[in-house]
Design a binder for this molecule. Structure first.
Ligand code: FE2
Length: 232
């Protein structure tokens, strides 16, 4: 786990998707109550547990979309008093998950330190075809950070050769934007555009996403520019 800013950390692990190394990342926010909120949990091991214990108590476990839930149940079993927040539709998709609450616009206490927006009509490529993503994205105003999961990627020079090659072919290399699969899968681009416009009204400098390199500076301008190809 590494600190990005005051009350903001990330932890990463390797992940292959469709044979491609894309990595995955969890974001940890310490709320003003000192509680920790973990967004898009990764595999929990004893080292990560110790690191988390040093900075606070895990009280919120967030599966922000219909795909980033794989390790959320392990977190819930490790931190049984924490609230497991899930994206709309996840309970129906995975009935056995120990979900406590569905993330909603009035989901206090999350919204004391974070703002959120919901991507209703965004679709993604899954093993079963094109499916809804149902992603909530978050803005941590204190660190001017936008926290995305699968609604933008950013594969750059730090990724393996094959990942770079394939993303160059699809036009996704070094783009802070959805991939070619989301561009094809998402048909209601107007709805997504409206959400992106609201996101761009937030005053962020940094973007953290689940798959790709964090953009530390001027990320809002880059997101606006790179996302424009999604609407063409
Ligand atoms: Fe993902």
């Amino acid at each position: 786990m590494r600190a990005l800013d005051h009350n903001l950390w990330v932890a990463e692990q390797p992940l292959k998707y469709l044979g491609l190394e894309v990595g995955t990342r969890m974001t940890v926010v310490r709320l003003s109550s000192q509680a920790l909120a973990v967004i898009s949990p990764i595999a929990l091991n004893s080292e990560l547990k110790q690191q988390l214990a040093r900075i606070g108590t895990v009280e919120h476990i967030i599966s922000p979309n219909l795909y980033h839930y794989l390790y959320a149940a392990d977190f819930k079993y490790a931190y049984p008093t924490a609230t497991f927040w899930a994206a709309p539709g996840l309970q129906e998709k995975k009935p056995n998950l120990p979900i406590d609450k569905v993330i909603q616009a009035n989901s206090s206490p999350l919204w004391n330190d974070l703002e959120g927006l919901y991507f209703e009509d965004f679709k993604t490529l899954s093993p079963g075809g094109f499916d809804a993503l149902n992603e909530w994205v978050f803005f941590h105003a204190a660190s001017r950070t936008l926290i995305l999961t699968d609604t933008a990627f950013h594969f750059d020079n730090s990724f393996p050769f094959v990942t770079k090659l394939l993303t160059r072919v699809t036009g996704d290399y070094q783009k802070l934007a959805p991939s070619v699969f989301e561009r094809i899968a998402t048909t209601d681009k107007q709805s997504v555009k409206e959400t992106v416009e609201k996101i761009l009204s937030w005053d962020f400098e940094r973007v953290v996403m689940a798959h790709g390199s964090i953009v530390e500076e001027d990320a809002k301008r880059k997101l606006e520019k790179d996302y424009s190809s999604f609407f063409r």
